[in-house]
Design a binder for this molecule. Structure first.
Ligand code: ADP
Length: 497
């Protein structure tokens, strides 16, 4: 092999992937492995951090073997990852002290309520850009330190390390030499001051997290050490949380550009440039990336359950055997059906922010069956994005002319068409749906000089554009039903459940 290539490691919520890119930014090969989701209690979601690492390393090895890669064939490695998910491990043994607590996990909701009640809302928003919620890492780290026997004492003795999944993977890849993260991941912990890009002592005290546990924050396109491979070093040169990486991969480099990713959850992000924009409607201000010490900010709307609702159709309801079968099933639905699914399985994220909402099916009649519920489930993804997009347009004062999309679930044509209908805007689907991995590859390639910024403006190849077909009146009627259903699913469980 003569041309050098870039490897992106994409550690997602449901699977670990390794993706090989060439200089034209085309995918050469992908290797992927799903891993186990643990649900120890209602509202709790865990991953085994060792299984995260094992699957991630396995797909890397498989990619290397399948493509007969030698160290000199790899220009650099980039990492992108599920965000907020919290790992705490012992730096001497390398063993996690508890399963990773996943971003969807709600166990610390009451703790977050107490912090809000104690008057921290404004201060936390000002420092972190975030809404106080169990979603972010801070309360998860605290939970581990307070609930795992001996953890607090070990942490105080400087023996424990904290990391989001990027940090854990970097630490494993470098065999413990590098304990670092990037600002796009650090911004999701609720421990980072996004105005300065530094850890915040007042927040560390609030969540009782010793500073000795924290990773170093380095530029997203930066030096994260190296992987020793066949006796040679391969640089880890780019790191970003999955949604920010997707924004970068969709080449949303200019202020006002936005993308939506349909994965396990849905994430709409808009580049807001060198300034943070604060939301009036429940969106988050976050760090998109930092390059050459310069921070770029983003406005973000996070929807917790999107593709995960399709997994629910597959795994719990057993309506389908594969996620893609949801499309054919939805098309069988009675067009007159008024079924609405609110997939608030983990509460509701932006712009509603209700930790106590739960999932619900409304409008069932005697003839409602699998197709009607499947269709309503797919529609719920599009409705949730409608709500977030309206909030974002109002906060930024920028009206999007179209929606750039990516992620596994938008391969579904029914969903893509319905999204265009609900938004009354075109939905453009790129050829490469792996924008997340591409973003990590770009960040790494930039750092090692494999690409220059101007190379990355390669025209985003559109595979298909979906234009709105439903009438505005019909859409208004559907949205009215959706909002009625959302209102009724709110505050379903009591705060102490
Ligand atoms: P993540 O990176 O969060 O693991 P992906 O981008 O790989 O997610 O997308 C996988 C998600 O998309 C899963 O939740 C799956 O149920 C859903 N999905 C995949 N293909 C389809 C499809 N054709 N129709 C609907 N949902 C799909």
């Amino acid at each position: 092999m003569t041309e050098q290539l870039i490897i992106a490691l994409d550690q997602g919520t449901t699977s670990s992937r390794a993706v090989l890119f060439n200089h034209a930014a085309d995918i050469v090969d992908v290797s992927q492995q799903e891993f186990t989701q643990h649900y120890p209690k209602s509202g709790w979601v865990e991953h085994d951090a060792n299984e995260i690492w094992d699957t991630q390393f396995m797909v890397l090895q498989k990619l290397v073997a399948n493509n007969q890669l030698r160290p000199q064939d790899i220009a650099a490695i980039g990492i992108t990852n599920q965000r907020e998910t919290t790992v705490v491990w012992n730096k001497n043994t390398g063993q996690p002290v508890h399963n990773a607590i996943v971003w969807q996990d709600r166990r610390t909701a009451a703790k977050c309520d107490a912090i809000t009640a104690a008057g921290w809302k404004e201060k936390i928003l000002e420092k972190t850009g975030l809404v106080i919620d169990a979603y972010f890492s801070a309360s998860k780290v605290q939970w581990i330190l307070d609930n795992v026997e001996g953890a607090r004492a070990q942490a105080d003795a400087g023996e424990l390390l904290f990391g989001t999944v990027d940090t854990w993977v970097i630490w494993k890849l470098t065999e413990g030499a590098v304990h670092a993260t990037d600002p796009s991941n650090a911004a999701r912990t609720m421990l980072l001051n996004i105005n300065t890009g530094e850890w915040d002592q007042e927040l560390l005290d609030l969540f009782t997290v010793p500073a000795s546990m924290l990773p170093q924050v380095r530029d997203s396109s930066g030096d994260f050490g190296s992987v020793s491979f066949q006796g040679q070093d391969v640089a880890i040169a780019g790191v970003a949380g999955d949604q920010q990486a997707a924004l970068f991969g969709q080449t949303c480099f200019a202020k006002g550009m936005a993308k939506n990713t349909y994965g396990t959850g849905c994430f709409l992000l808009m580049n807001t440039g060198a300034e943070r924009i604060d939301s009036e409607s429940g969106l988050l201000s976050t760090i998109a990336w930092s390059i050459d010490g310069k921070i770029t900010y983003a406005l973000e709307g996070s929807v917790f359950i999107a593709g995960a609702a399709v997994q629910w159709l597959r795994d719990e309801l057993e309506f389908i055997q594969t996620a893609s079968e949801s499309e054919a099933l939805a098309l069988e639905a009675n067009p007159e059906s008024d079924v609405v699914v609110v997939p608030a399985f983990a509460g509701l994220g932006a712009p509603h922010w209700d930790m106590y909402a739960r999932g619900a099916i409304f409008g069932l009649t005697r003839d409602s069956g699998r197709p009607e519920i499947a269709k309503a489930t797919l529609q719920s993804l599009a409705y949730q994005i409608f709500d977030v997009l309206k909030a974002m347009e109002s906060d930024s004062g920028i009206e999007l002319s179209q929606l750039n999309v990516d992620g596994g679930a938008i391969a579904n044509d029914f969903l893509a068409q319905f999204q265009a209908d609900v938004l009354q805007k075109p939905v453009t689907r790129p050829k490469v749906l792996e924008s997340t991995a591409l973003g990590a590859a770009y960040l790494a390639g930039l750092k090692v000089g494999y690409w220059q910024m101007k190379d990355l403006t390669k025209v985003r190849e559109v595979e298909r554009e979906f234009k709105p077909k439903l009438s505005i009146e019909k859409v208004a009627a559907l949205l009215k039903q959706w909002h009625k259903a959302v209102a009724r699913s709110r505050q379903w469980i009591d705060a102490d459940e």
